[in-house]
Design a protein around this ligand. Sequence first.
Ligand code: AMP
Length: 214
Amino acid sequence: MGPPGTGKGTQAQRLVQRLGMVALSSGDVLRAEMKSGTEVGKKAAQYVTGGTLVPDQVITDVMLAAIDRVPRATGFLLDGFPRTLPQAQALEHGLAQRDLRIAAVVDFQLSDDVIVRRISGRRICGECGSTYNVEFLPPKTADVCDRCHSRLIQRPDDARDVVMTRLATYRAQTAPLIKYYAERGLLRTVSAAGTAEEVQTEVLRVVKPLGCHG
Ligand code: AMP
Protein backbone atom coordinates (compact mmCIF):
# COMPACT_ATOMS: atom_id res chain seq x y z
CA MET A 1 0.00 0.00 0.00
CA GLY A 2 0.99 3.63 -0.48
CA PRO A 3 0.12 6.57 -2.71
CA PRO A 4 1.15 6.48 -6.39
CA GLY A 5 4.83 7.25 -6.92
CA THR A 6 6.11 5.81 -3.65
CA GLY A 7 7.97 3.01 -5.43
CA LYS A 8 5.59 0.11 -4.81
CA GLY A 9 5.99 -1.23 -8.35
CA THR A 10 9.78 -0.93 -8.28
CA GLN A 11 9.98 -2.72 -4.94
CA ALA A 12 7.54 -5.40 -6.11
CA GLN A 13 9.73 -6.12 -9.14
CA ARG A 14 12.86 -6.30 -6.96
CA LEU A 15 11.27 -8.43 -4.25
CA VAL A 16 9.87 -11.07 -6.57
CA GLN A 17 13.28 -11.52 -8.22
CA ARG A 18 14.83 -11.92 -4.80
CA LEU A 19 12.16 -14.10 -3.17
CA GLY A 20 10.96 -16.17 -6.13
CA MET A 21 7.39 -14.91 -5.89
CA VAL A 22 4.99 -13.54 -8.50
CA ALA A 23 3.98 -9.85 -8.51
CA LEU A 24 0.41 -9.01 -9.46
CA SER A 25 0.08 -5.30 -10.18
CA SER A 26 -3.52 -4.20 -10.67
CA GLY A 27 -2.38 -1.18 -12.73
CA ASP A 28 -0.31 -3.43 -15.03
CA VAL A 29 -3.18 -5.90 -15.35
CA LEU A 30 -5.57 -3.08 -16.35
CA ARG A 31 -3.08 -1.51 -18.78
CA ALA A 32 -2.59 -4.93 -20.44
CA GLU A 33 -6.39 -5.37 -20.75
CA MET A 34 -6.66 -1.87 -22.27
CA LYS A 35 -3.83 -2.54 -24.72
CA SER A 36 -5.50 -5.78 -25.85
CA GLY A 37 -8.87 -4.02 -26.17
CA THR A 38 -10.74 -6.57 -24.00
CA GLU A 39 -14.17 -5.87 -22.43
CA VAL A 40 -12.49 -5.23 -19.06
CA GLY A 41 -10.01 -2.91 -20.77
CA LYS A 42 -12.82 -0.94 -22.40
CA LYS A 43 -14.67 -0.64 -19.07
CA ALA A 44 -11.51 0.47 -17.24
CA ALA A 45 -10.14 3.00 -19.75
CA GLN A 46 -12.16 6.06 -18.73
CA TYR A 47 -11.28 5.62 -15.05
CA VAL A 48 -7.58 4.92 -15.58
CA THR A 49 -7.23 7.90 -17.93
CA GLY A 50 -8.90 10.24 -15.44
CA GLY A 51 -7.06 8.92 -12.39
CA THR A 52 -10.16 7.63 -10.58
CA LEU A 53 -10.81 4.05 -9.46
CA VAL A 54 -12.39 1.42 -11.69
CA PRO A 55 -15.49 -0.19 -10.14
CA ASP A 56 -14.75 -2.60 -7.29
CA GLN A 57 -16.43 -5.57 -8.94
CA VAL A 58 -14.44 -5.19 -12.17
CA ILE A 59 -11.03 -5.02 -10.48
CA THR A 60 -11.83 -7.70 -7.91
CA ASP A 61 -12.87 -10.22 -10.57
CA VAL A 62 -9.80 -9.50 -12.65
CA MET A 63 -7.39 -9.77 -9.68
CA LEU A 64 -8.90 -13.00 -8.31
CA ALA A 65 -8.59 -14.45 -11.82
CA ALA A 66 -4.91 -13.36 -11.84
CA ILE A 67 -4.41 -15.01 -8.43
CA ASP A 68 -5.90 -18.23 -9.80
CA ARG A 69 -3.25 -18.29 -12.54
CA VAL A 70 -0.40 -18.34 -9.96
CA PRO A 71 0.85 -21.92 -9.29
CA ARG A 72 -0.37 -23.00 -5.83
CA ALA A 73 3.09 -23.44 -4.27
CA THR A 74 4.24 -19.97 -5.37
CA GLY A 75 3.76 -16.97 -3.11
CA PHE A 76 2.45 -13.74 -4.61
CA LEU A 77 2.63 -10.09 -3.91
CA LEU A 78 -0.24 -7.74 -4.67
CA ASP A 79 0.64 -4.24 -5.84
CA GLY A 80 -2.12 -1.63 -6.12
CA PHE A 81 -4.91 -3.96 -4.97
CA PRO A 82 -7.01 -3.73 -2.83
CA ARG A 83 -7.64 0.01 -2.98
CA THR A 84 -11.04 0.32 -1.24
CA LEU A 85 -12.71 -1.27 1.76
CA PRO A 86 -15.13 -3.34 -0.39
CA GLN A 87 -12.12 -4.60 -2.40
CA ALA A 88 -10.29 -5.57 0.82
CA GLN A 89 -13.37 -7.43 2.05
CA ALA A 90 -13.87 -9.19 -1.30
CA LEU A 91 -10.18 -10.14 -1.33
CA GLU A 92 -10.33 -11.55 2.19
CA HIS A 93 -13.39 -13.60 1.21
CA GLY A 94 -11.86 -14.74 -2.11
CA LEU A 95 -8.62 -15.79 -0.42
CA ALA A 96 -10.46 -17.69 2.33
CA GLN A 97 -12.39 -19.61 -0.36
CA ARG A 98 -9.04 -20.62 -1.84
CA ASP A 99 -7.55 -21.50 1.57
CA LEU A 100 -5.09 -18.61 1.27
CA ARG A 101 -4.39 -15.66 3.53
CA ILE A 102 -2.49 -12.38 3.56
CA ALA A 103 0.83 -12.66 5.43
CA ALA A 104 1.47 -8.92 5.71
CA VAL A 105 0.62 -5.53 4.24
CA VAL A 106 3.52 -3.14 3.62
CA ASP A 107 2.61 0.55 3.78
CA PHE A 108 4.95 2.94 1.89
CA GLN A 109 5.07 6.43 3.39
CA LEU A 110 6.24 9.52 1.50
CA SER A 111 5.35 13.23 1.48
CA ASP A 112 3.20 14.64 -1.35
CA ASP A 113 5.87 17.00 -2.74
CA VAL A 114 8.36 14.14 -3.21
CA ILE A 115 5.61 12.01 -4.74
CA VAL A 116 4.87 14.65 -7.39
CA ARG A 117 8.60 14.98 -8.24
CA ARG A 118 9.01 11.24 -8.50
CA ILE A 119 5.98 10.74 -10.70
CA SER A 120 6.96 13.48 -13.15
CA GLY A 121 10.30 11.69 -13.66
CA ARG A 122 8.80 8.22 -13.95
CA ARG A 123 9.20 6.31 -17.22
CA ILE A 124 7.91 2.82 -17.97
CA CYS A 125 8.74 0.25 -20.60
CA GLY A 126 5.83 -0.02 -23.02
CA GLU A 127 6.67 -3.71 -23.59
CA CYS A 128 7.71 -5.38 -20.29
CA GLY A 129 6.39 -2.79 -17.80
CA SER A 130 9.73 -2.20 -16.01
CA THR A 131 9.78 1.17 -14.25
CA TYR A 132 12.52 3.80 -14.18
CA ASN A 133 12.96 7.37 -13.00
CA VAL A 134 15.05 9.93 -14.89
CA GLU A 135 16.29 11.35 -11.58
CA PHE A 136 16.18 8.52 -9.04
CA LEU A 137 16.49 5.31 -11.07
CA PRO A 138 17.71 6.08 -14.62
CA PRO A 139 18.07 3.35 -17.27
CA LYS A 140 21.62 2.62 -18.50
CA THR A 141 20.77 4.26 -21.87
CA ALA A 142 18.34 7.20 -21.86
CA ASP A 143 14.77 6.21 -22.84
CA VAL A 144 15.70 2.53 -23.42
CA CYS A 145 14.64 -0.39 -21.17
CA ASP A 146 17.62 -2.18 -19.53
CA ARG A 147 15.70 -5.45 -19.54
CA CYS A 148 14.19 -5.75 -23.03
CA HIS A 149 15.68 -2.73 -24.87
CA SER A 150 12.26 -1.34 -25.85
CA ARG A 151 11.48 2.36 -25.74
CA LEU A 152 10.49 3.95 -22.44
CA ILE A 153 7.36 6.09 -22.27
CA GLN A 154 5.64 8.38 -19.77
CA ARG A 155 2.26 7.07 -18.59
CA PRO A 156 -0.50 9.48 -19.70
CA ASP A 157 -1.95 9.39 -16.17
CA ASP A 158 1.39 10.60 -14.78
CA ALA A 159 0.56 14.10 -16.08
CA ARG A 160 0.48 16.59 -13.17
CA ASP A 161 -3.30 17.24 -13.03
CA VAL A 162 -4.11 13.51 -13.15
CA VAL A 163 -1.51 12.86 -10.42
CA MET A 164 -3.33 15.33 -8.18
CA THR A 165 -6.61 13.44 -8.77
CA ARG A 166 -4.87 10.12 -8.06
CA LEU A 167 -3.42 11.45 -4.80
CA ALA A 168 -6.82 12.78 -3.68
CA THR A 169 -8.42 9.44 -4.64
CA TYR A 170 -5.80 7.64 -2.55
CA ARG A 171 -6.35 9.81 0.52
CA ALA A 172 -10.15 9.48 0.30
CA GLN A 173 -10.63 5.85 -0.72
CA THR A 174 -7.46 3.88 -0.04
CA ALA A 175 -5.91 5.43 3.09
CA PRO A 176 -8.78 4.07 5.30
CA LEU A 177 -7.45 0.58 4.52
CA ILE A 178 -4.40 1.34 6.66
CA LYS A 179 -6.61 1.21 9.77
CA TYR A 180 -8.35 -1.93 8.46
CA TYR A 181 -5.05 -3.82 8.15
CA ALA A 182 -3.55 -2.35 11.32
CA GLU A 183 -6.55 -3.70 13.27
CA ARG A 184 -5.84 -7.15 11.85
CA GLY A 185 -2.18 -6.95 12.95
CA LEU A 186 -0.96 -7.16 9.34
CA LEU A 187 0.40 -3.67 8.74
CA ARG A 188 4.17 -3.06 8.35
CA THR A 189 5.19 0.54 7.72
CA VAL A 190 8.29 1.56 5.74
CA SER A 191 9.68 4.96 4.77
CA ALA A 192 9.79 5.27 0.98
CA ALA A 193 12.06 8.31 1.09
CA GLY A 194 15.39 6.54 0.47
CA THR A 195 16.97 5.12 -2.67
CA ALA A 196 15.43 1.98 -4.22
CA GLU A 197 18.24 0.01 -2.54
CA GLU A 198 17.56 1.49 0.91
CA VAL A 199 13.80 0.97 0.65
CA GLN A 200 14.38 -2.62 -0.45
CA THR A 201 16.50 -3.27 2.65
CA GLU A 202 13.69 -1.91 4.83
CA VAL A 203 11.03 -3.97 3.05
CA LEU A 204 13.12 -7.13 3.39
CA ARG A 205 13.56 -6.38 7.09
CA VAL A 206 9.78 -6.28 7.66
CA VAL A 207 8.97 -9.35 5.52
CA LYS A 208 11.80 -11.55 6.88
CA PRO A 209 9.93 -12.52 10.07
CA LEU A 210 7.27 -13.98 7.73
CA GLY A 211 9.75 -16.52 6.44
CA CYS A 212 10.58 -14.57 3.25
CA HIS A 213 14.38 -14.82 3.19
CA GLY A 214 15.88 -13.25 0.09
P1 AMP B 1 -1.47 2.22 -10.73
O1 AMP B 1 -0.60 1.71 -11.83
O2 AMP B 1 -1.48 1.30 -9.54
O3 AMP B 1 -1.16 3.65 -10.35
O4 AMP B 1 -2.98 2.21 -11.30
C1 AMP B 1 -3.33 2.98 -12.42
C2 AMP B 1 -4.83 3.17 -12.48
O5 AMP B 1 -5.48 1.90 -12.60
C3 AMP B 1 -5.44 3.81 -11.25
O6 AMP B 1 -5.38 5.24 -11.27
C4 AMP B 1 -6.90 3.31 -11.36
O7 AMP B 1 -7.62 4.02 -12.35
C5 AMP B 1 -6.71 1.89 -11.87
N1 AMP B 1 -6.56 0.91 -10.74
C6 AMP B 1 -5.45 0.20 -10.40
N2 AMP B 1 -5.68 -0.58 -9.33
C7 AMP B 1 -6.96 -0.35 -8.98
C8 AMP B 1 -7.79 -0.85 -7.93
N3 AMP B 1 -7.35 -1.74 -7.00
N4 AMP B 1 -9.08 -0.38 -7.86
C9 AMP B 1 -9.55 0.49 -8.76
N5 AMP B 1 -8.83 1.02 -9.76
C10 AMP B 1 -7.53 0.60 -9.88
